[in-house]
Ligand binder design. Sequence first.
Ligand code: GLA
Length: 387
Amino acid sequence: MTAVDDARALLATLTDAPAVGVWSAPGRANLIGEHTDYNEGFVLPFAIAQRTAAAVALRDDDVIRVRSTFADDAVEVSLAELDARIAAGGLDWAGYPLGVAWALRAEVPDAVTRGVDIALASAVPVGAGLSSSAAIEGAVASALNDVWGTGLDKVALARVGRTAENDAVGAPTGIMDQMASMLGVTDAATFLDCRTLQTRPVPLGFAETGLEILVVDTLVEHAHASGGYRERRASCEKGAAAFDVRALRDLTVDDLPRAREILDDVTFRRVRHIVTENQRVLDTVAALDLAGPSAIGDLLTASHASMRDDFEISVPELDLAVETTLAAGALGARMTGGGFGGAAIALIPAELVPAATDAVYAAFAASGFRTPNVFTVTPSEGARRDA
Ligand code: GLA
């Protein structure tokens, strides 16, 4: 059963009303460009094949009821109370779909919104750094945009998703995940300028070159609403303020000697990660365009070293995943997503995937770490209406 079938089946347990449609949106892996999005820089994520689906039925009243395969109970809120319920917080997973409904109404205040039942089913692993949250947001935003006739384009729907995440859920994230999920293209990554929100699909050609992206989900949990993610963001803002620029996007590697002079050591290293990571994204896009994916391995691995040593968002499990896949023949490897847990990715020849997978299991067992989930992901299509 696909997520679309599961969502439809779940909806049928909620209501006798027929589904007016099913929409879905994928998770994402980020090829390179980490923590650059909220610094108005560059990122290069791709949508993965695993998707979250939202099946929707209309109601006669003004209640939004959401139910998902990953929680036991339905949550219902009347549209009249929605603002107050979002402001009160504490909605847990329902904060994502209800936050999208709230943000969409705020974005299009004159839209004629009506009550709906929404059933969600997801094949995106939760907490793996593959953005299960953006998949929920993308599916629900696409669904309500059609059902409520709000007429937003994909970029505007990505913004709605980010607003839900920032202001309803309270996670101070950038817009990479929502853009990747909305705009994904089969066999391509989405090169995104997070200042202008301009995008370009960059063909990856993994299949032609016999390469795969292997994911090692460490099962180490992270939450971006608290702690390290927020602190990193604050350090970046401090660095930008010291240079009197709007965002670290406005600095280049030529500014780093001066940064070392005027910043404390920790802030300097946070800034150096962002500045060099932006350059690595540009270099990766150029290498893909000119020479294809076999030319980007060292950039991926350099990105990991920068996150481990300068940005300090890796954990021992992620470092071990990177080291082990490199030793097993990966061309490059790095943690992906916000860090402090989640997943690493490795760019690896397809024929080495089984041996690398075994090597990862063995290395995690030898270190006494929890057995990770190891699987490949495929660059796939973004949000869409399925039925
Ligand atoms: C999380 C956030 C994104 C981005 C990444 C780090 O996935 O949701 O906005 O900041 O972390 O690159």
